[in-house]
Write a protein of this length. Structure first.
Length: 170
């Protein structure tokens, strides 16, 4: 059993194997590949608008993926596949906002989790001197908090996930 924000979910089966396969299937090079492919065409008079639009879409997908992985780490660190396969965008926004504000969050890490605490958990096994590791944890925590802040802005929601409502009679 896991929770997605405050909604319980139940799974059964060969979860450890499926979870491992899911995590191994994440390709971190995908985002840099997309950026390099589309960046080549941004200044092209014919393809520039398409390339810029593609970059914005890929950026939005990357931000959502990063924040969903962090939210799953905050709520279900041993089963991210479950969290990732069940969340809805409004739940991702809710969990992200709770982490940003250090509000009450159902989490095995404690009832209040911050970006820096998540960074410490994620980077806990990085083999570096304590002073360097502390700096790494702080920098990633601040970067993730900044990305989360942008994600939670109303303008971001309107650009990335617009709510289109048809006019009467359409």
């Amino acid at each position: 059993m896991i929770v997605v924000d405050e909604r319980p979910e139940v799974f059964w089966g060969r979860l450890k194997e499926r979870n491992y396969r899911f995590l191994r299937g994440i390709d971190p090079g995908f985002w840099s590949y997309q950026a390099s492919v589309h960046a080549e065409h941004v200044h092209d008079p014919e393809e520039g608008q398409r390339a810029a639009g593609a970059l914005r879409i890929v950026y939005g997908q990357g931000v959502e993926t990063l924040l969903a992985l962090l939210a799953s780490a905050a709520q279900t660190p041993h089963f991210p596949l479950g969290w990732m396969s069940r969340y809805r965008i409004e739940e991702l926004r809710s969990v992200t906002a709770k982490i940003q504000a250090r509000d009450q969050l159902l989490s095995p890490w404690g009832d209040r989790t911050s970006s820096e605490e998540l960074s410490a958990a994620v980077h806990g096994s990085v083999p570096q001197e304590d002073r360097e590791k502390h700096s790494l944890v702080q920098r990633f925590g601040r970067a993730w908090a900044s990305i989360a802040h942008q994600f939670l802005e109303p303008e971001s929601d309107a650009e990335y996930n617009p709510r289109w409502t048809p006019k009467a009679g359409h």
